[in-house]
Ligand binder design. Structure first.
Ligand SMILES: Nc1ncnc2c1ncn2[C@@H]1O[C@H](COP(=O)(O)OP(=O)(O)OP(=O)(O)O)[C@@H](O)[C@H]1O
Length: 764
């Protein structure tokens, strides 16, 4: 939304006279429902609190975040954790002043003590209001309080909180309102009536909102510029807060170009203090945050170690055993199964799966508060979420899928039940869990490889927020690795074609190298059997030298039992090599990255087999669907490795395994068959795909895309790959090394912005 300056000025004049919508709310003495606070301190403080509060009849209707709607303020609308019902709230007396931070901590927030010294110091420094503050604390360490408490302490001013996700905003606003704090959000989902009410307050002489959550896009709007000017002029702006500040940096896992504009706000209002918070800051990210947001030196930094000793990290290999799903099932039963599994075991074998599920659900509802332990299994596609959820349910654990294909209501219901422990295990796409503060998450499993270590740290960090032992596991497979690498390349290419990357510091700030390097590190993490997993992850962050240098001791599979991990890894490597060297890959011996049936469920075996055959193709189709674009899909020759492997497998299983000479260069036609068989077609096609992708990226970078049609590129690749094949076959290693060398040369030319010499030869 945008407002013209004249309109704003008119608006200011019309409402002049200190309109104070919120402060002037009518009081009455009706009953008010507080949210349940379990802590004893909260109860103790209730009586004290009552005296300090005045009541309001105003009902707040929080904006319902519509999962699928277009969001014109740029906020990512990935999950729906909003509160749909309106509820009466009890407002804290807006003119109440507090003598110190501890008092606010106890009376308003109901906590007995600060969670850690960083939290306490950051809060006290913020209350002083003299410096800019950088906070890096692990997930669940209590970052939000670092700005929420000072915002309440400062009872004549407003704190502007800039946050990237509507779901996060919605959650925080909802929690703060339950505490009686005057808190609002202003975004594309806010109703017109609410916007009017908030605007009135913002332009008044006595602003009564203590915290206003906005998106970075909204912060840059003309309307908010005017608002900020007014608030600064009238000395009512306490501070700017940038939550999830790693979004500023392209070195972070979640770069948001709109965050780059925030530096302008800082330049416009240099006297207003800022606070930036993140759970995932490397020193590069921290420096970017401080520089891009133009923080005043010296910056007060509060950096806590990201090491969480209650989290046990490990990696299981999908390729190394044909019992991966059994492994997953046994693990989930062990972690969550006590109640559900016992009940399930007692059920008759003749009962239908639906009856069993209904019984489990009923039992879980009755036992709501007994066992709130839950788990998350992250999957890459909706189909996988559904399949895994079904699979776990069949094993007697109440599970549910969560993804964008469900209605907003269904997602909300699902999340709420999971929060209460009614649904024990959720199989979800990675948007699930953002901004969700659930303490008893006993495990976070990644069924597919994440794209970066920092992203993985944040997702896995949703486990064990209650401080109790919890497990973070990845099920790794090379099929996933290849499919994700392919998709990353596709994304990068699309971004470049759309020229959506932004210019920053004179260079293209969307850096292909960074994305790929991040992904390579993730692969390194999974394929490593020597370095402590915590060290591996924490080497990405500031403030963790001790762990990085010494290892965690016993909080990961490698530190606990390095020999077993080594054996597992070697077995995985052996099978991988066998797959690479042996084109006679068999479906059921070593490729277990698909879903396998339980042995006693013969009637379901056909269904499973079909799924097994279709899954990789569906995965790729699904990913294309997700990346809706006007760009035509890649030509049929441009296939992911997993698609090729699957197609080959399907051909084999249906007896149509004839060798194709598609894409065969004429010069190879007469070559002897020994040579030809030594490097299989699928491998060659995979390398040709890689070359095509690399060349397209290169041509885009050196501004030569228009000089090469797709068919020229394909012909070029066919010819160059064919030369290598003819000269290096049958030695597979030499073939691979030569192709790798070609790819490297192209990448080097991309870096030096020179049209690659080999490619140049094909310029007509
Ligand atoms: N001093 C405290 N005493 C007790 N509980 C606290 C304290 N500070 C924060 N908490 C609680 O800790 C939980 C986590 O806090 P918060 O959501 O702020 O963490 P965070 O660091 O922002 O995590 P994330 O990065 O995952 O968002 C919340 O339930 C919050 O109420």
């Amino acid at each position: 939304m945008s407002f013209s300056k004249t309109k704003i000025t008119d608006f200011f004049q019309k409402t002049n006279g200190g309109l104070n919508g919120l402060a002037k709310r009518p009081n009455n003495s009706s009953d008010f429902s507080f949210h349940k606070k379990s802590s004893q301190s909260m109860n103790k403080n209730k009586a004290k609190r009552k005296k300090l509060e005045f009541t309001s009849s105003t009902s707040y209707q929080l904006s319902i975040v519509d999962f699928d709607s277009n969001d014109n303020d740029g906020a990512t609308n990935e999950i729906d954790s909003s509160i749909s019902e309106s509820y009466p709230i009890k407002m804290i007396n807006p003119s109440k002043s507090y003598s110190n931070a501890k008092e606010v901590l106890e009376i308003v927030f109901g906590h007995r003590s600060f969670r850690n010294t960083s939290q306490e110091s950051a809060i006290k420094k913020a209350i002083e209001g003299k410096s800019d503050i950088f906070v890096s604390m692990p997930t669940g360490a209590g970052k939000s309080l670092c700005f929420q408490l000072p915002a309440v302490f400062d009872n004549t001013k407003i704190t502007m909180v800039i946050s990237p996700l509507l779901a996060l905003i919605s959650n925080q606003v909802s929690n703060l309102r339950k505490l009686g704090i005057a808190c609002e959000s202003f975004n594309s989902q806010t109703s017109d009536a609410e916007k009017q009410r908030i605007k009135k307050d913002l332009i008044s002489a006595n602003v009564s909102i203590r915290l206003l959550y906005i998106t970075p896009e909204m912060a840059a709007s003309t309307f908010f510029n005017e608002v900020m000017n007014h608030l600064v002029r009238t000395n009512q702006l306490a501070r700017f807060v940038v939550d999830e500040a790693h979004c500023v940096s392209q070195w972070g896992h979640d770069f948001r170009p709109s965050y780059l504009k925030l530096g302008v706000l800082k330049s416009n209002h240099p006297s207003v203090p800022w606070m930036a918070l993140t759970a995932t800051a490397s020193s590069k990210v921290m420096n970017d945050i401080i520089t891009i947001l133009k923080f005043r030196q010296p910056v007060d930094k509060y950096i806590m170690s990201n090491f969480r000793s209650n989290l046990h990290y490990d990696v299981h290999y999908k390729d190394s055993t044909n019992k991966t799903l059994e492994d997953l099932k046994n693990f989930v039963i062990k972690e969550l199964g006590s109640n559900d599994q016992n009940l399930f075991n007692k059920m008759s074998t003749t009962e239908s799966i639906f009856d069993k599920a209904a019984k489990l659900s009923k039992a879980a509802n009755n036992n709501e508060n007994k066992d709130e332990n839950v788990g998350i299994i992250y999957c890459r596609t909706r189909e996988q979420c559904e399949e895994i959820a079904n699979f776990i349910s069949r094993a007697g654990i109440k599970a549910h899928a969560y993804h964008a294909g469900l209605t907003a209501n269904k997602r909300r219901e699902c999340q709420e039940k999971w929060m209460k422990g009614v649904i024990k295990c959720i199989a979800a796409t990675i948007s699930f869990g953002m901004g969700v503060d659930k303490a008893q998450v006993r495990f976070v499993i990644h069924w597919n490889l994440p794209q970066s270590l920092t992203g993985y740290y944040q997702e896995s960090g949703r486990a064990g927020r209650d401080g109790l032992p919890s497990i973070c596991r990845i099920y790794y497979s090379t099929d996933d690795r290849d499919a994700i690498a392919y998709l990353i390349r596709q994304d990068i290419e699309k971004r470049k074609t759309f020229k959506s990357s932004v210019k920053h510091g004179g260079k293209d700030s969307y850096d292909y190298e960074i994305t790929m390097k991040n992904f390579e590190k993730m692969i390194g993490y999974c394929e490593n059997f020597q370095k402590c997993r915590h060290s591996f992850i924490l080497s990405e962050f500031v403030g963790d030298e001790n762990i990085v240098n010494r290892g965690c001791g016993s909080c990961c599979d490698i530190c606990c039992d390095p020999r077993t991990v080594q054996k597992r890894f070697e077995k995985f490597q052996a099978i991988r090599m066998k797959n690479l060297f042996n084109s006679q890959r068999t479906n059921n011996e070593d490729d277990d990255s698909f879903f396998l049936p339980k042995l006693d469920e013969t009637k379901d075996q056909d269904e499973f087999r079909k799924k097994k055959e279709n899954r990789a193709i569906d995965t790729v189709k699904e990913e294309f669907k997700k990346r809706k674009t006007t760009i035509p899909p890649p030509k049929s020759t441009f296939k992911s490795a997993s698609t090729i492997v699957l197609e080959t497998a399907i051909k084999k299983s249906s007896g149509k395994n004839e060798k194709s000479d598609r894409n065969q260069h004429p010069s190879e036609k007469n070559q002897n068959t020994t040579k030809k068989d030594s490097i299989d077609d699928a491998t060659r096609q995979m390398f040709r795909d890689k070359m095509i992708a690399e060349i397209k990226i290169h041509l885009h970078h050196v501004n030569n895309s228009n000089n090469f049609t797709d068919s020229t590129i394909e012909q070029m690749v066919l010819q160059e790959e064919s030369k290598v094949f003819s000269s290096k076959s049958p030695n597979r290693m030499l073939y691979r090394a030569s192709i790798a060398n070609l790819l490297k040369q192209i990448r080097d030319s991309t870096k030096s912005q020179q049209l690659n010499a080999t490619i140049k030869q094909y310029l007509k």
